[in-house]
Design a protein around this ligand. Structure first.
Ligand code: BES
Ligand code: MN
Ligand code: ZN
Length: 491
């Protein structure tokens, strides 16, 4: 999809659809309304459109302006608007339009406190998010032709924002497409192939290690999780060299469990199929690396993905086993279903050994995070308040929502083991999300690390006005924004 800006008067823009965003109580732009003989304001006066958040009204223009259809799009109360709501409103407009192919133009609202370029960014993000179709594997599918062009009304000042919005939305959509694929269509080796393709196009360096390669590296925890599988694991390392490749590196580590059955600690039947999206963290890292390669910040970034499925088998790893991985720490397995933290611990230890000075790790790590925060905010757990606050602010800037959970020393006592350095779980129903995060922190030494637990946000279970059921692409934008800050020397 092409994204362009235009300085033409709104009534002159030639498009299949022109979206006019309005705050509650706002009036349609006079130049368009006038050309339409006052039809839009009559609709408002009649009470058909009040600008409530997500409200839409479609009006056929019958050739009186350049656009074939106009949509009034409600932004809700001006006092309540923020980046996330702005993106969401434009996404709702895109989805409600049911636009097939062609050109969609939009006006930008004046948002108090937000530069026009930022407004363009979130508008474009919302449009591209919701126009993006998740491709089904139905044999009789009649794919709707994709929208070809987005025209953003505004001068040269909105261009950088429109471009940034496009790059971020395309990266998030890439992550969504990957997380959408079922476990049999995206194995660890398939994921590695996709990573190779993305890196080839993006000009990124990539190394992929197979089972033997993982053994040589000493990735004992990844290999333990893989032990019950017929599929080989893959350990994927991507490098973006924006500062010469000498480091210090920002490390992004994503959980790449292509299907999580729970292993010997097998999950109940109900909703087990959901566990195809247990590689959403890996998908987010791939999306972020793609966006970073296009934005070219002046810093070095390493993207790391430990990938395998988690399956039960006669040879599978078992509760009670004691395993050590790259960090050298010994881990007593209490549940083979707490596998994400194991593969991530190896990924993090590798990142530290290769010179990463700041780390972000992203994963669908715990069901407990849904109990704690619901689907609204993802959880953050860290070993370093400063770095964590910086990543939190990066999320806010990117219009994503995280929340910091505590990391008091006492929480580390919740996953002690009598036989090993630590256990891989604590007591059930006891600070599960924090325990998962601090387990990860136990494998990075002193390197500042922030863990994002996106288990409740990565996948939407039902359709809503913004998007169809499926992967959301969450955390891509937060990581990219953090990389931009890292490049500015804020670490
Ligand atoms: N992949 C799951 C977490 C998950 C649950 C993601 C629901 C998305 C939706 C993870 O590997 C897992 O099984 N975690 C366990 C941890 C427990 C054994 C300590 C959980 O949350 O039950
Ligand atoms: Mn699990
Ligand atoms: Zn899992």
């Amino acid at each position: 999809m092409e994204v362009l800006t235009t300085q033409q008067p709104l009534a002159k823009i030639v498009a299949d659809l022109l979206i006019l965003p309005l705050f509650q109580g706002g009036r349609p732009p006079a130049e368009v309304d006038g050309a339409l003989g006052g039809g839009l304001s009559r609709a408002v006066e009649a009470g058909d459109f009040a600008g409530e958040f997500g409200q839409t009204l479609i009006y056929y223009t019958e050739g009186r302006i350049g656009a074939r259809r106009v949509m009034l799009l409600g932004l809700g109360a001006e006092s309540r608007i923020d980046r996330a709501r702005l993106r969401r409103a434009f996404g709702i407009g895109a989805r409600a339009s049911r636009q097939k192919g062609g050109t969609v133009a939009c006006a930008l609202p004046a948002v108090p406190g937000l530069p026009a370029s930022e407004t363009a960014r979130f508008a474009v993000e919302g449009l591209l998010h919701s126009f993006h179709p998740l491709r089904t594997l139905k044999t009789d599918q009649q794919a709707r032709p994709p929208v070809e062009r987005i025209l953003v009304s505004g001068g040269a000042e909105v261009e950088p924002g429109a471009r940034l919005g496009q790059i971020l939305a395309e990266a998030a959509n890439l992550a969504r497409d990957l997380a959408w694929l079922p476990g049999n269509r995206l194995t660890a080796s398939d994921l590695a192939e996709k990573a190779r393709e993305i890196c080839r196009e993006a000009g990124l360096d990539i190394e992929v290690y197979d089972r033997e390669g993982c053994r040589k590296l000493g990735l004992g925890l990844l290999l333990a999780v893989n032990q019950g599988s017929r599929e080989e694991p893959r350990f994927i390392v991507m490098r973006y060299r924006g500062a010469g490749g000498k480091g210090p590196w920002l490390g992004l580590v994503g959980k790449g469990i292509t299907f999580d059955s729970g292993g010997i600690s097998i999950k109940p039947t109900e909703n087990m199929w959901d566990m195809k999206y247990d590689m959403s963290g890996a998908a987010a890292v791939l999306g972020a690396m793609q966006a970073i390669s296009r934005l070219k910040p002046a810093c070095d970034v390493m993207g790391i993905i430990p990938a395998t499925d988690n399956m039960p088998d006669g040879g599978a790893y078992k509760p009670g086993d004691v395993i050590s991985g790259l960090s050298g720490k010994t881990v007593e397995i209490r549940s083979t279903d707490a596998e994400g933290r194991l593969v991530l611990a190896d990924g993090l230890a590798y990142a530290v050994s290769k010179g990463c000075s700041r780390l972000i790790t992203v994963s669908t790590l715990t069901g407990a995070v849904r109990i704690a925060l619901g689907p609204v905010r993802f959880a953050m757990v860290s070993n370093d308040d400063r770095w964590e606050e910086l990543v939190f602010q990066a999320a806010e800037e990117a219009g994503e929502k995280g929340w910091r959970l505590p990391h008091d020393q006492e929480y580390y006592d919740l996953f002690k083991s009598p036989i090993a350095d630590m256990a891989n779980t604590g007591q059930p129903r006891t600070a599960g999300t924090i325990v998962g995060g601090l387990f990860l922190m136990s494998h990075v030494g002193d390197t500042p690390c922030v863990h994002l637990d996106i288990a409740a946000q990565a996948y939407q279970t039902s359709d809503d006005a913004y998007q169809q059921a499926g992967p959301t692409g969450v955390a891509v934008r937060t990581m990219v924004q953090a990389a931009l800050r890292f490049a500015e020397g804020r670490r």
